[in-house]
Design a protein around this ligand. Structure first.
Ligand code: PEP
Ligand code: MG
Length: 286
C-alpha cells in the first residue's frame, strides 16, 4: 500500500482486485432485485465481436468506424462501407450495433494540415471534420442507411459540442434519406444518437433531449476535457482520473436529465469496463 494514498482509495482498490480475480460470466446480468443490466461491446474491428459475445456482450454499443481507414489516408468508398457495416450488422444480429460516424482528426488524414494543428484533441476532428468534409459525411450516411435495411443499425455522432452540429448532421441525414428513397433504393430507419464527451453538452442536454433518439456517454473524452488532461500523455496520467468527483457529478447530471426527459442513455467509455467503475455507474442509475 502506498503510504501517501488515502485509506479509502486503498480499500476501493482492494475491492476492485477481488472483483477482477473473481471475474466470471453469468448468463444473466441482473442485480439482486432482478433489474437487468445490458452489457454491450465497444468494437474497433468486426472480428473482435465473437470474443466479446463470450463475455456476455449483447450487441455493440459503439462501433468505431474510423478503423476502416486502417492507416490509409483516404476515405473508404460507399460500397466498401456498405459491405463493412452490413457485415457487422449481420454478425451482431438482433441486439444491434451503434455505428459511430468517423471520429478522426484531420492529422490522421492530411499530415501537412495536421502538423499545423497545435492541439489535435481540440482541433478539426469528429463531427467537426465530418461537417467540413460534407461529401464524405454524406457518403457515410448513405452507406449506413443502406446497410440498415437488413440489419439493426443506429448512428452515433462523436465530439458534439453544440446544438447546431446536431441540427446540421440531422439535416444532411434527412436529405440523403430522401434522395435514396426517390431513387427507390432500399434503406432502413436508423436512430440517431449523440456522444456526450464535451462538457458543454452536459449543460445543453435539456436543449437537445427532444432532438436525439439516445445519448451515449464517452467517459474517456469527457474525463480528458473536464479535467483538461491529455488522455494520451503519460506524464499526466495520474491527473487523468475517470472517477474524479467532477466526472462523477457530470455523470450523475447526465443520467438525471436523460431520465427526466426520457432519453435512453448508456455509457460507452472505458469506465463501464472497469469492475469498480461499473458498480459506481450502476449506483448512479446507469
Ligand atoms: C470516449 O471518448 O469515451 C469514447 C468511447 O470514444 P473514444 O475512446 O473512441 O474517444
Ligand atoms: Mg471519444
Amino acid at each position: 500500500m502506498n503510504k501517501s494514498e488515502p485509506r479509502v482509495f486503498s480499500i476501493l482498490k482492494i475491492v476492485k482486485d477481488i472483483l477482477v480475480e473473481n471475474e466470471k460470466f453469468d448468463e444473466e446480468t441482473k442485480t439482486l432485485d432482478g433489474h437487468e443490466i445490458i452489457i454491450r461491446a465497444n468494437l474497433d474491428l468486426t472480428i473482435d465481436f465473437a470474443k466479446a459475445e463470450t463475455y456476455g456482450a449483447k450487441g455493440v454499443g459503439l462501433y468505431r468506424s474510423e478503423y476502416l481507414f486502417k492507416g490509409a489516408n483516404k476515405y473508404p468508398s460507399e460500397e466498401e462501407q456498405i459491405e463493412n457495416y452490413s457485415k457487422i450488422g449481420k454478425i451482431v444480429g438482433e441486439n444491434g450495433v451503434n455505428i459511430r460516424t468517423f471520429d478522426l482528426s484531420i492529422d490522421q488524414l492530411d499530415k501537412e494540415i495536421g502538423d499545423r494543428q497545435s492541439n489535435p484533441a481540440l482541433g478539426l476532428r469528429g463531427i467537426r471534420l465530418s461537417l467540413t468534409e460534407k461529401t464524405e459525411f454524406r457518403t457515410q450516411i448513405r452507406a449506413i442507411l443502406q446497410a440498415s435495411f437488413e440489419h439493426k443499425i443506429n448512428i452515433v455522432l462523436p465530439m458534439i459540442s453544440s446544438v447546431s452540429e446536431i441540427l446540421e448532421a440531422k439535416k444532411i441525414f434527412e436529405e440523403e434519406k430522401q434522395a435514396l428513397i426517390s431513387k427507390n433504393i432500399k434503406i432502413g430507419d436508423p436512430k440517431i444518437g449523440v456522444m456526450i464527451e464535451v462538457p458543454s453538452m452536459v449543460y445543453l442536454l435539456p436543449a437537445i433531449a427532444h432532438r436525439v433518439d439516445f445519448v451515449s456517454v464517452g467517459t474517456n473524452d469527457l474525463t480528458q476535457y473536464l479535467l483538461a488532461v491529455d488522455r494520451n500523455n503519460s506524464r499526466v496520467a495520474d491527473v487523468y482520473e475517470s472517477m474524479h468527483p467532477a466526472v462523477l457529478l457530470a455523470l450523475k447530471q447526465i443520467h438525471d436529465v436523460c431520465h427526466q426527459y426520457q432519453v435512453p442513455v448508456c455509457i460507452c467509455g472505458e469506465l463501464a469496463g472497469d469492475p469498480f467503475g461499473a458498480l459506481l455507474l450502476l449506483g448512479l442509475g446507469y
